[in-house]
Design a binder for this molecule. Structure first.
Ligand code: NAD
Ligand code: LMR
Length: 338
């Protein structure tokens, strides 16, 4: 069904870029883990997105309250809360995009891989339900370790016979958000104009920002680029330490997750030239999954864009990250098949 967007009902200038009052199709978005630290602000941001007509908020607890709260906002989408496994199918049915921020976050001293034992099982269960109830949805995986949870999802979908590599995305947008912010600060350029691709994966040295391709151009010294790279790679840890045991990035992640989901919806709706970095099945390198710039379209991934020219420092970073990223990918695949 095509509905005409009511301008007065759409208050998010943040997510409306490129859209006027033209007809937009109905789109259902499900958030799994919607009552969590990321889930709640992400539910808010998705409620502000005029491309969403139906918003399903699922968690194992506390979603009725979050859904009641968010549902009072006078924007387009109809909000429903679902709680407990018996309601997961209903939450997922008919979804165009499923966003997964379900799982435990890090505490100081932990790596993202330390979350594997708990989150791998959570993600596996949720992906089995996606294969059953909305096999054609675009899946936006936020749960860590992303370098392993995306391969787990791919294996679950393969087993169910529903895998389409064009529809599975690891959300690495927060790395891009951070790289843009840190670069703008150092280069003293307007942050809204900054673009920086971030490739590789989403953990420590597997996060490789390509500051040699950053725009607007700035003449930064090698040491400054190295410091920016390290800060981007350690951005998650910076937040984990500042929160001192109360979790990891939630607000900036919700923002990043909302940007990425919006890009997926725009792609589905046929908006041209929607490009975001994401961790996807890829042949850009010899690794089976890799984050790079991806063009989004009506079926999900439309084109995986190559790395472009790298500086010597970036080439070195690329070679260094490969063994760690491959090990995390293989760990995910092995888990899903046992
Ligand atoms: P949180 O603990 O605040 O929230 C997690 C939510 O998941 C909780 O509400 C919990 O009830 C729910 N949950 C647990 N098991 C579930 C299940 N089986 N089904 C549905 N929901 C379930 O944690 P958070 O801060 O929101 O972080 C969530 C995840 O996102 C963590 O794994 C974290 O590491 C990850 N994360 C990823 C990025 C990224 O850039 N990709 C950034 C930040 C955080
Ligand atoms: C982040 O980058 O903020 C997330 O992956 C959460 C974390 O554990 O650092």
């Amino acid at each position: 069904a095509i509905k005409t967007l009511n301008n007065s009902a759409s208050c998010s200038h943040l997510l409306r870029r490129g859209y006027g009052s033209e007809a937009v199709p109905d789109r259902k978005v499900a958030v799994l883990g919607a009552a969590g630290g990321i889930g709640q602000p992400l539910a808010l941001l998705m409620k502000l997105n005029p491309l969403v007509s139906s918003l399903a908020l699922y968690d194992i607890a506390n979603t009725p309250g979050v859904a009641a709260d968010v549902s009072h906002i006078n924007t387009r989408s109809e909000v429903k809360g679902y709680v407990g496994e018996e309601e997961l199918g209903k939450a997922l049915e008919g979804s165009d995009v499923v966003i997964i921020p379900a799982g435990v976050p890090r505490k100081p001293g932990m790596t993202r891989d330390d979350l594997f034992n708990i989150n791998a099982g959570i993600v596996k269960g949720l992906c089995e339900a996606i294969a059953k109830y909305c096999p054609n949805a675009l899946v936006n995986m936020i749960s860590n370790p992303v370098n392993s949870t995306v391969p787990i999802a791919s294996e679950v979908f393969k087993k169910a016979g529903t895998y389409d590599e064009k529809r599975l995305f690891g959300v690495t947008t927060l790395d891009v958000v951070r790289a843009k912010t840190f670069y703008a600060g150092k280069a003293e350029v307007p942050v809204a104009e900054v673009n920086v691709p971030v490739v590789g994966g989403h953990a420590g040295i597997t996060i490789l920002p390509l500051f040699s391709q950053a725009t607007p151009k700035a003449n930064l010294a090698d040491e400054e680029i190295q410091a920016l790279t390290k800060r981007t790679q350690d951005g998650g840890t910076e937040v984990v330490e500042a929160k001192a045991g109360k979790g990891s990035a939630t607000l900036s992640m919700a923002y990043a997750g909302a940007i990425f989901a919006d890009a997926c919806l725009k792609g589905l709706n046929g908006v041209p030239d929607v490009v975001e970095c994401s961790f996807v099945q890829s042949s850009v390198t010899e690794l089976p999954f890799f984050a790079s710039k991806v063009r989004l379209g009506k079926n999900g991934v439309e084109e995986i864009i190559g790395l472009g020219p790298l500086s010597d420092y970036e080439k070195e970073g690329l070679e260094k990250l490969k063994p760690e990223l491959l090990a995390s990918i293989e760990k995910g695949i092995k888990f899903a098949n046992n």
